[in-house]
Design a protein around this ligand. Structure first.
Ligand code: KIV
Ligand code: ZN
Length: 557
């Protein structure tokens, strides 16, 4: 009985017949305002110290934010102190506007202006709650009473600013809980506030529309924003800002659709820290723009530094799947994804447009490496394993060996139950294919070519054998067949020169049938013929080893 959907009431959609935002395409970044130091900070188990705030503020400036909400100085002494520190120590660049929040109450507004004394540029952000539920249940006030709080706040904000003319003031008003406010009433309050501030007469004004609680799908929020843009006075003279929270998990989408619907400015936090499920994540929204070829006007290329600082200041770890920032977001474990990425990357050249399957952006743009893209576990296929061996060890396996070796790696992954790193993959390859028993180690070979074919002499371990055939492999195979009384049939072999980074110059891979049983081996050597002949000997050695083991097993039994 406790889990009963009938307890909830569906959000009523906006009745709109002139909807234009669905046809809009975002062409440029909005004005950003980072509210990490205020909204984000208010949501922390342990609010930031002044030192932490300073560290995060410096990061925000470095990333390119020009508007930063630094606190709620009238409500918190550390916020007041931090505000004073920034101003007195001249820590705010001239092109950055600090923003502070205050409720629309006279004594709090007065204290807010005290905190801002001497600031060059500042945004005073005043708010009161306007939603139906807050009016009726929290404040027990009618619409007029709530509007009066806003208008009175606006008047006091204006009069304090007049007494501190040395600062470039911007006024910001938020009808808090806007998403739960009737649109006509929200517009009425906004108009009343602007009637005091008069943005049309030159006063810079921001009207911030918060989804204090995300209550509906993002399209409904976009409808609300477009409706307000169409129905408020002085629209062309002030900025519309949005401030979305993530209760339904759509804060970024809501902000994006709001920009399509006419919003000029977006408030949010790095990595989305904030009340409950958080604020709109600035990193995700900015990177979404970047991935569409739009300059986000923020430099997020040092993502590791961003996550380090945010984690240190909020004490909240970054989820490994966090868009653009998480440890695993550029990693493919699945075989088919790895294959596709490998193929796309192999033809990608610097300067090309980015069209790589499964990677919406180039990980290197955020300071990540291609090395992290392909990681191997039991879900990975031949492509991924081959990619890792080639990338890290210059070993380019032929396709038939990829198929065979990926099963070896998969078994190891299943046994270990997790990821198999590059070192382990290489070790498995060495153990399975490259290991040479001393008694099978090729010492010398001699090839004598005649019109009929090749006579080959090989010395390995204590053996010296000669055989004839059409080519070197066939000749050595004939010699080995005779000496060990086995039947050999070469199924496939491939030899190739190795790139830099190894001691050997050549590698060969071979798959042969020995008495009808398949054996594969590989060898590294200074030249391709040595590598091929050693691979052949190693493959036969595997067979002999298996035969010996089963023979001694039988004897023991
Ligand atoms: O979420 C909210 O409504 C706020 C306001 C104070 C803007 O943080
Ligand atoms: Zn908020």
């Amino acid at each position: 009985m406790g889990f009963d959907h009938r307890k909830y009431v569906a959000f009523q959609p906006v009745q709109k017949t002139d909807r234009r935002w669905p046809d809009q395409v975002i062409q440029h970044a909005p004005t950003w305002c980072a509210v990490d130091l205020r909204d984000g900070n208010q949501a922390l188990v342990k609010p930031m110290t002044v030192a932490q705030k300073q560290r995060l503020f410096d990061l925000l400036v470095k990333l390119g934010f020009k508007e930063i909400e630094i606190g709620f100085p009238a409500a918190s002494q550390p916020d007041f102190d931090f505000c004073r520190k920034l101003i007195e120590e001249n820590r705010v660049p001239d092109d950055v506007r600090i923003q502070v929040l205050t409720q629309a109450r006279p004594e709090l507004i007065a204290r807010t202006y005290e905190a801002l004394e001497g600031a060059k540029n500042a945004i005073v952000h005043v708010y009161n709650s306007t939603s139906t539920v807050q009016r009726e249940k929290v404040f027990r006030m009618d619409r007029e009473g709530i509007k009066e709080i806003a208008v009175n706040g606006a008047r006091i904000v204006k009069s304090h600013a007049e007494k501190q003319p040395g600062t470039n003031w911007t006024f910001q008003y938020s009808p808090e809980s806007f998403t739960g406010t009737e649109l006509d009433f929200a517009a009425e309050v906004i108009d009343a506030v602007n009637e005091v501030w008069r943005p049309d007469q030159g006063q810079p004004v921001i009207i911030n529309l918060p989804a204090t609680v995300e209550m509906a799908t993002p399209n409904v929020f976009a409808d609300q924003i477009e409706w307000i843009c169409d129905n408020v006075k002085y629209r062309e003279h002030f900025q519309i800002s949005v401030h979305t929270h993530n209760d339904r998990g759509c804060a970024v989408a809501a902000a994006e659709l709001a920009v399509m619907a006419g919003a000029d400015r977006v408030e949010g936090t790095l990595m989305g820290n904030g009340e409950r499920t958080g604020n709109m994540d600035l990193v995700t929204m900015a990177m979404n723009l970047y991935s569409q070829g739009i300059d986000p006007t923020l430099d997020l290329s040092g993502m590791a530094e961003i996550t380090d600082v945010v984690e240190a200041c909020t004490e909240i770890p970054t989820h490994p799947r966090h868009p653009y920032a998480g440890e695993l977001v550029f990693t493919a474990f699945s075989g088919s994804h790895q294959d596709a990425i490998r193929k796309c990357l192999s033809t990608y050249k610097e300067g090309d447009k980015w069209e790589i399957a499964y990677l919406p952006i180039d990980p290197r743009d955020l300071g990540r490496r291609y090395e992290e893209v392909v990681r191997i576990n039991s879900q990975s296929g031949k492509g991924g394993v081959a990619y890792v061996l080639e990338r890290d060890y210059n070993i380019a396996m032929p396709r038939w060996l990829q198929i065979e070796f990926s099963k070896v790696v998969q078994q190891a992954a299943e046994t270990e139950g997790g990821e198999v790193d590059s070192d382990t993959i290489h070790r498995l390859f060495e153990e399975k294919y490259l290991a040479v028993r001393p008694e099978w180690r090729l010492r010398t070979y001699d090839l004598h070519r005649t019109d009929d074919g090749v006579t080959a002499t090989v010395e390995f371990g204590s053996e010296r054998l000669s055989g004839e055939g059409l080519g070197a492999v066939e000749a050595v195979a004939a010699a080995v067949e005779k000496r060990f009384d086995v039947r050999l049939a070469v199924e496939a072999y491939e030899e190739f020169a190795l790139g830099e980074g190894t001691n050997a110059n050549a590698m060969a891979c071979i798959r042969i049938q020995v008495n009808g049983e398949p054996h594969s081996a590989a060898a590294l050597a200074e030249d391709t013929t040595s590598a091929t002949l050693q691979a052949l000997l190693s493959a036969v050695a595997n067979h002999v080893a298996v035969t010996e083991t089963s023979a001694s097993g039988t004897a023991t039994a």
